[in-house]
Design a protein around this ligand. Sequence first.
Ligand code: PMP
Length: 477
Amino acid sequence: MNSDFLEWLDRQQGRQYDLHARHVNPVFVKMLRTIGFDKGYVRGEGPYLYDQAGNRYLDFLTGWGVFALGRNHPKVRAILEQVLSREMPNLVRMECSLLAGLVAEKLTSYTASARGAGGLSRVFFTNSGTESVETAIKFARCATEKPRILYCENAFHGLTMGSLSLNGAEFFRERFGDLMPGTEPVKFNDLCSLEKALHRRDVAAFVIEAVQGKSCKVVADGYLAEAQRLCRKAGALLVMDEVQCGLGRTGKWFAYQHWPEAAPDIVCVAKALSGGYVPVGAVITTPKIMDAVFDSMERCVVHSNTFGQNDLAMAAALATLHVMEEERIVENAAVLGEYAIASLAELGRSCPFVDEVRGKGLMFGIDFKRPEHSLKLKAAWDTLHTLNFGVFSQMITVPLLQEHRILTQVAGYHTEVIKMLPPLNVTRADIDRFLEAMRSVLEEIQRVPGAAWSTMAAMARGVVRAQMESSVTPAAR
Ligand code: PMP
């Protein structure tokens, strides 16, 4: 294996689904096989994936948003190769890493705001989005000495116990026992609900995504500033979870910056920070909050992690941010995002299944609904939903992949939203290719009876069957 690892790996191709069915997650394999997503991708370049037969797929899922620069950006890779070829000291722990200092300097240059020197000028490095959120929870409780954490209905902040306690969907929360005490949902975009929850002045933080990952809902104009004012009045911190919507995704470095009057106390990032190469995350906050946590030499690493600040993650982050600046990626996301959302909304207007197209920049989704007028379409929708809720969205994602070779995904569970997260350096030609494919798929689903509906009904029946099998024969999994 050592002499030529890649040759060896090529010879293993085709084994992945069987290996995963045996050793990793058989139900996931079953799901992929049921919807025909069990491809064998062998290469990724920019916005494209290639399978063994050489077919090219346009990736509008980007590894759940990590490949902001597409896959294997040559400049980021060249920098990582340089780092790997040098015998770097890496993770000495009892020293300060130059690379981490440089990433912190760069990151905080994007958060320098109206607050000036007291602003978001300190960084704690993590290894994932959920760890960033866990860190924010701890920092907020420590700095305010208050217990409660508020979050929004339908929010997603990660799946470890702390961040799961801030999850706005019962689907994710149920079955895992007692979650963190003192956490409470408020209605998204509803200031009265927030004000009521803050009333007792015992809230450490209100954690919110400016664009919700699970629904693509966007905070209303003026909401964040007012939420911030209410939080300040109650002595609570405003935490922006920018794990998905941050780092250029919405056409600004951070999504909250679309509303300049908002000046959060803590910003969580991860995903795109390393360009998808290495797990990484960061929490950007104020000196006051950081100093409250690390308040003595004894406590100088009272919150920490083993792999944080590792050289590969830090080099990948520096390289990614450098390329984002050099190639004006954030501007591209703003311009093409606006174009994509407006064009998709236009397409949606002629499809009775489309409820709303929404999002910000290159984070946008389509919410589907039961049609209002046509009896035939209503009946088709109802039939499918009696079989399986959520399968309707697969009527979009499946033909997008199988017929148009575009990879997308349903945005949550028990919702009918599909979300698009193209690379931020996507071209207008690829957005147009996606729009053309969507036009064709939206037209096809209006043909009832038609091939799309019978395929989906058969698939939904397959899903029901597979679910029954997996729930009655757990030992076989
Ligand atoms: N916050 C948000 C807004 C996210 O979208 C995600 C991941 N989808 C997370 C937190 C958790 O990130 P990770 O999967 O890296 O733990």
